[in-house]
Design a protein around this ligand. Structure first.
Ligand SMILES: Nc1nc2c(c(=O)[nH]1)N[C@H]1C(S)=C(S)[C@@H](COP(=O)(O)O)O[C@H]1N2
Ligand SMILES: [Mo]
Length: 438
């Protein structure tokens, strides 16, 4: 039997679980509203009806409760002010979908996610040290300079996506930063294969998992704790696209993105992609660092009642591949098109964790009919797919455009966020924007 308390508990719970769950940013109903993007476009908020997914009152045009605090601009050196601040302690900012319109996400538009404090920048970038320890024949300490000279560098364009991307679409709200779809970006990463470095250290037969460590202090300043320290099965670590990187889009890896050195573990939650990387521990058993276990980066294998409490111990599993997702990057949500516009050109991106994107479709009649978009060829595995297409609207007026991607296994984005979990991982409902013609 369900009772109200069951349904309330999870959402009301406060906890000290780290990773995606430690933001104290108040949740806003921004995702439901056109107001934010209208303001960004310099249009009068309220000029368009509200786009509502979950609030029937708002859908019927009744006044919705004003959010306590709307989206806050992100004011950080080198970053586009159009990014949205989701939390300032730790510092977290996402990229509105319409700013993900470049084939390669510029550093200025790339989302930022920290779990702890931001460490002091170092001057001697080439002297930064990485230790490889644990279940290896020959523990190694390598400087960035040695990494560059001893191993073959590779550059791949790959999506980095926060495990909590899409969290704001869960009802009731799940704990943590309320990402829309902008906890993701696709950059050119240059570095060496994690596999090559692990092989140089010599993996013992007992080497089954990794644990990753970065130099950032825990938010509390407690030196006994790590800001975040996640790990993965050795099979993932040995994939040819798992890189230890020092450059992003051809530039030295920016400090805020983990410079001098970070991991990029594509397809899986970006929390594995340790910034300020200084140590990889090879283990015989699953890593137990900060952000492992409980409900951290874990999802139910037996669906639970949305909003209920769960400790993640039974019938939960670590989130591995991220789910398929598409975004419309142009036009922007809230765009006003001239009267009599019928043909609308659309652009966007889609990606699917470890899988490939098989198709992207758009609907302008709430899913009654779907129109196939044209997919560009990705540069390499784990690159996103850029897509383009045209739709022909039947009249002036208000239209919602929905984008839906399907992965290579035939799994499409759901209409609503599904498999609710306390910390809100794996939410990938189709992307909805609204436009007004005339
Ligand atoms: N050392 C360290 N690495 C980290 C984090 C962190 O807090 N500390 N956050 C992780 C998470 S949860 C994400 S989503 C990505 C974000 O990378 P970005 O800030 O470069 O976008 O970094 C990951 N690597
Ligand atoms: Mo994340």
């Amino acid at each position: 039997m369900l009772n109200e308390a069951d349904l309330r508990d999870g959402a009301a719970a406060t906890d000290a679980v780290p990773a995606e769950g430690n933001s104290d940013t108040p949740r806003t109903s921004r995702r439901l509203l056109l107001g934010g993007s209208l303001a960004a476009l310099g249009l009068a908020a309220g000029g368009l009806p509200r786009l509502s997914v979950t609030s029937p009152a708002a859908a019927q045009g009744a006044p919705a409760a004003a959010p306590a605090k709307g989206p806050q601009p992100f004011d950080y050196p080198g970053k586009d002010k159009g990014l949205t601040l989701l939390g300032d302690r730790p510092l977290v900012a996402e990229t509105p979908e319409n700013l993900l319109d470049d084939d390669t996400t510029p550093i200025s538009k790339f989302f930022v996610r920290n779990n702890g404090q931001i460490p002091e920048p170092v001057k001697d970038v080439d002297g930064w040290q990485l230790k490889i320890e644990g279940e290896v024949d020959k523990p190694l300490t390598l400087t960035v300079k040695e990494l560059k000279s001893r191993f073959t560098p590779h550059t791949f364009r790959m999506v980095l996506e926060c495990g909590g991307n899409g969290r704001s679409f869960y009802t009731p709200a799940a704990r943590g930063n309320q990402w829309t779809n902008g906890g993701a970006g696709c950059a050119e990463w240059t570095g060496v294969r994690l596999a090559d470095v692990l092989k140089a250290a010599g993996l013992k037969s007992s080497a089954k998992f990794t644990g990753h460590y970065g130099a950032d202090p825990h938010l509390s300043g407690d030196t006994a704790k790590d800001a975040v320290s996640r790990g993965m099965p050795i099979e993932k670590a040995l994939e040819p696209h798992c890189l230890i990187v020092w450059a992003m889009n051809g530039e030295p890896l920016p400090h805020i993105h983990g410079g001098p050195l970070r991991l990029v573990v594509p397809g899986w939650p970006a929390s594995l992609s340790s910034k300020w990387l200084n140590r990889i521990l090879v283990r015989a058993t699953p890593h137990d660092g900060q952000g492992m276990g409980g409900t951290s980066y874990r999802v139910p294998t037996v669906p639970i009642v949305p909003g209920s409490n769960a400790d993640g111990k039974t019938n939960f599993t670590d989130l591995t591949s991220m789910p398929v997702r598409s975004i419309i990057s142009a036009p922007a949500n809230g765009a006003r098109l001239p009267a009599a516009t019928r043909e609308v050109a659309l652009r966007g991106a889609a990606w699917a964790g470890d899988h490939e994107v098989a198709k992207v479709e758009v609907s302008f009649d709430a899913g009654q009919r779907w129109h196939a978009m044209t997919l560009a060829k990705p540069k390499n595995r784990y690159d996103w797919v850029r897509w383009t297409g045209k739709i022909t609207l039947p009249s002036d007026g208000y239209f919602e455009l929905w984008a839906r991607a399907t992965d290579s296994r035939g799994v499409a984005q759901p209409h609503v966020a599904t498999n609710w979990n306390p910390q809100g991982y794996g939410s990938n409902p189709l992307h909805r924007i609204a436009v007004l013609v005339g």
